[in-house]
Design a protein around this ligand. Structure first.
Ligand SMILES: Nc1ncnc2c1ncn2[C@@H]1O[C@H](COP(=O)(O)OP(=O)(O)OP(=O)(O)O)[C@@H](O)[C@H]1O
Ligand SMILES: [Mg+2]
Length: 259
């Protein structure tokens, strides 16, 4: 599992509006890459182009290429549904299906993909996914209770279990801890460290300490002004971005002088 991503000359549009311009970057497998930058610079927009979620918005489109292990996700023969299975996504607010049991939440993605699965395979997959998301011990005695009965941090780990249950290559996370308390945040950060052994992970975060703690590489995006496109300013080893970045704008942002 875990595949590399190579983005080349990507421009991202909402209708006529060019939201993100000219991004090229490489993301290594079995690593964590953080996207940082001020609000509106296009972090979420760019993240969604990595699994073809951007184009579900009417009028939205992308040009350039996004290669997953050398294969262009935007190529003519590529099924976007298969892309989204391969490149899973975890959102800002935990979004379990509220009336579904914990177990059915974990299996939701698998069932959506029309995979027929025996009861014992399903039980094994539920356990493996919940263990992978570091939630098993907390929920193993109440798998048939609704997902909405869990704490926020537990719900987010449930969503991570649902994402990894379909066995993706890449996991995208858009501010996965922004609705969580510090303890749950640390639990998710520990989990991200575990997950990177098996997956390529990309995380958007506004929390500089979080980026410094969890990521191997950091990409800083910026925007010149309202209505202007966001751009990738620089990407490097996280330690370099936070101690001696090349660009002054990066230095100003990571040292808290703006954003
Ligand atoms: N559905 C949409 N339709 C039109 N424009 C959009 C849409 N979603 C985002 N945008 C615009 O695209 C630009 C980038 O937004 P995006 O949400 O990617 O920024 P962000 O860096 O994730 O910001 P934040 O840190 O606040 O989450 C903004 O100008 C935003 O208004
Ligand atoms: Mg965002």
């Amino acid at each position: 599992m875990a595949q590399r991503i190579d983005v080349k000359d990507v421009n991202i549009y909402y209708g006529d509006f060019l939201a993100v311009e000219g991004v090229s970057m490489s993301i290594e497998p079995r690593s964590v890459t953080a996207f940082i930058g001020p609000s509106g610079c296009g972090k979420s927009t760019f993240l969604r182009t990595l699994n073809r979620m951007h184009e579900v918005i009417p009028g939205a489109y992308v040009d350039g290429s996004v290669l997953l292990e050398g294969v262009d996700l935007y190529g003519p023969d590529i099924d976007p549904v298969a892309v989204r299975r391969n490149v899973g996504m975890v959102f800002q607010r935990p979004n379990p299906f509220p009336t579904m049991s914990i177990k059915d939440n974990v299996l939701a993605g698998v069932k959506l993909n029309n995979r027929r699965i025996t009861k014992s395979d399903a039980d094994d997959l539920v356990e493996a996914s919940l263990r992978g998301a570091n939630l098993w011990n907390e929920v193993k005695d109440r798998l048939d209770k609704p997902g909405s009965g869990l704490s926020g941090g537990q719900q987010q780990r449930l969503c991570i279990a649902r994402t990894i249950a379909v066995k993706p290559q890449v996991v995208l996370m858009d501010e996965p801890c922004s609705a969580l308390d510090p303890i749950s945040t640390l639990a998710i950060e520990d989990l991200i460290q575990e997950l990177k052994k098996d997956y390529t992970i990309v995380i958007v975060t506004h929390n500089m300490q979080q980026a410094a703690r969890v990521s191997d590489k950091t990409a800083f995006f910026n925007i010149a002004g309202t209505g202007k496109p966001g751009k990738l300013i620089e990407m490097d080893e996280t330690a370099t971005i936070f101690s001696s970045p090349t660009e002054k704008a990066t230095e100003d942002y990571v040292s808290g002088r703006f954003g």
